[in-house]
Design a protein around this ligand. Structure first.
Ligand code: PEP
Ligand code: MG
Length: 554
């Protein structure tokens, strides 16, 4: 049994096989080999495996997309038999006594150059196929698989790191749990795992070893431990934990339909954070009182081009309709930083977390922003919509946003399109500047939603993505809680309601403090709704307020 330790992100226990997921960019390590014959044999094994994979993909594609579209996999298979391609690989191994991965990489470069210089456009396009086949071979040789879960049964996905765009594109039905070598508990990939409610562990040293691929494992998402080929004692212990988690879940079921009211009668709404329309089912199943944060950027991350106004409209309408008249807060796209998109062609930045992100990008590309706002306002007649803006730092941004909204409304009016006049507007308070200026921002808006993830990152200057910063990234710190207090006071003095939608809201050990600071709503990952409701029901708001004044504010 091998035990690897990381940081727990999302509780739960999962038993399954490990599947090592590789990224699209492969860095090949050139290595000297002692025996060319052995290396060629290793290559031949990889080639046979690639053939099998492509055969399976062809069969699957024929069923799903028809014979003509599936042909591409046959072309790839043929390439694996191409005499010139194979001879080049074998010759490089023999002449240079180097590893097969390097030989495939060098052959690939030569063939790609050759195809790309051809007149015929059909032949030029074949260069992409050579790359594809070569990458498959290299990944197999490295003991990895392509950036998709290729398995008949659900697996424990292990990766060096996962970007949000990669996470959303994975076939969720194939994933039992996530384990990553890098990453931090506050990264967006970790938040996605929480939303999927599957065990997740990050920061596991020594995870990416091709040897582990396909081996039996069990993951303990509560302690952040991965056991590879667990012994009987660990299996039994994990089964017990799993049963206990299910028992706890059942106990919480009885809180469905109950009001989230403190012992002394204060109602704190418990809403859900969701990433896409599918998240609604999960939110409703857990008795969400509304949607406190719909991260609309995932609509953009899930597609290969800008989602059209109609695509967005359909998504927003569905969310609003299914939530009936419960409030739905949709955040305009927060793209940038770690949420990057090829088709947006964002410039490379030295410091993306402090760069062209969220509202800054919206204001820089007003047409894209307007498309989203048009879709939102058109959908507004189907429910109780509130719109909020991410990464606000200054009052002028709100002024500019309101000008754009007025233009959008005027356009819709002139087209005869219906929209609601009672859409509330709010902003995320997730930068220290917004918190400090919350008295002034409050004069222009209807509500605030405090994003403790970024507020912690920017206040404490601790990168939320960086596992080495885990000790510094402390959303329980006095500095952050004092800002939360200041924001809530400014909001209430100006008649605004306040929600907290960062991960701090889902952390039951912080519920008392956040109630004490006066929040009106906690917007949490759907599975945290009932545990947080339970915590609210156990809290005496007045006593908690007195304690927090003593501990944190004075
Ligand atoms: C936050 O920053 O707290 C927040 C809720 O936004 P995100 O996690 O999507 O950056
Ligand atoms: Mg944020």
């Amino acid at each position: 049994m091998i035990t690897l330790q990381g940081k727990a992100v999302c509780g739960g226990v999962a038993f399954g096989k490990i599947f090592i997921l590789s990224h699209s960019e492969t860095v090949i390590k050139r290595r000297h080999v002692e025996s060319a014959t052995d290396e060629i044999e290793r290559f031949e094994k990889a080639r046979a495996r690639a053939e099998t994979e492509l055969g399976a993909l062809y069969e699957k594609a024929v069923k799903e997309v028809g014979k003509a579209n599936a042909m591409i996999f046959q072309i790839h298979r043929m390439m694996l038999e191409d005499v010139d391609y194979l001879e080049s690989i074998r010759n490089i191994i023999t002449d240079q006594m180097i590893n097969a991965e390097t030989a495939v990489g060098l052959t690939c470069d030569t063939f790609v150059q050759m195809f790309e210089s051809m007149e015929d456009s059909y032949m030029r396009e074949r260069s992409a196929d050579v790359k594809d086949v070569s990458e498959r071979l290299i990944r197999i040789l490295e003991g990895k698989s392509r950036c998709a879960v290729v398995s008949d049964e659900p697996v424990i996905v292990a990766a060096d790191n996962l970007a949000p765009s990669e996470t959303v594109q994975l076939d969720k039905s194939k994933i039992l749990a996530f384990v990553t070598a890098g990453g931090s508990a506050n990264s967006h990939a970790a938040i996605l795992a929480k939303n999927m409610n599957i065990p997740a562990v990050v920061g596991v040293n020594g995870l990416i070893d091709p040897e582990y691929n396909g081996r039996d494992a069990v993951i303990d998402g509560f302690t952040g431990t991965l056991y590879i080929e667990p012994d009987d004692a660990v299996r039994a212990e994990m089964r017990k934990k799993l049963d206990e988690a299910l028992r706890q879940k059942k106990l919480l079921e009885r809180l469905k339909g109950k009001a989230s009211v403190t012992k002394d009668g204060k109602h704190i709404a418990v809403a859900a954070n969701i990433e896409n329309v599918q998240g609604i089912a999960h939110a409703l199943m857990n008795d969400a009182e509304g949607i406190g944060l719909f991260r609309s950027e995932f609509l953009y991350l899930e597609s290969r081009a800008y989602p059209t106004e109609d695509t967005q409209f359909e998504a927003y309408r569905e969310v609003l309709t299914r939530m009936e008249n419960k409030r739905v807060v949709i955040r305009t796209f927060d793209i940038g930083a770690d949420k990057r998109l090829g088709y947006l062609q964002l410039p490379n930045e030295e410091n993306p977390a402090m760069g062209l992100r969220a509202i800054r990008l919206s204001l820089k590309r007003p047409q894209v922003f307007k498309t989203q706002l048009r879709a939102l306002y058109r959908a507004s007649v189907f429910g109780n919509l509130a719109i909020m803006f991410p990464m606000i730092t200054s009052e002028w941004e709100i002024d500019r946003i309101i000008e754009i909204i007025d233009e959008v409304k005027a356009e819709l009016k002139s087209e005869g399109a219906a929209y609601s006049d009672s859409v509330e507007l709010g902003c995320m308070i997730e930068t220290p500047a917004a918190a400090i200026m919350s008295d002034a921002l409050a004069k222009k808006l209807d509500f605030f939603s405090i994003g403790t993830n970024d507020l912690t990152q920017y206040t404490l200057a601790a990168d939320r993505q960086n596992p080495d910063m885990a000790d510094y990234f402390d959303n329980k710190s006095k500095a952050v809680l004092r800002l939360v207090d200041y924001v809530i006071k400014n909001a209430h003095q100006n008649g605004l309601w306040v929600s907290i939608c960062g991960e701090a809201a889902s952390d039951a050990s912080l519920t008392e403090a956040l109630i004490a600071l006066g929040t009106d709503e906690l917007s949490v990952t759907p599975d945290a709704i009932l545990p947080i409701r339970q915590k609210i029901m156990e809290t005496d708001a007045a006593a908690a307020a007195a304690a927090i004044t003593k501990e944190i504010l004075s």
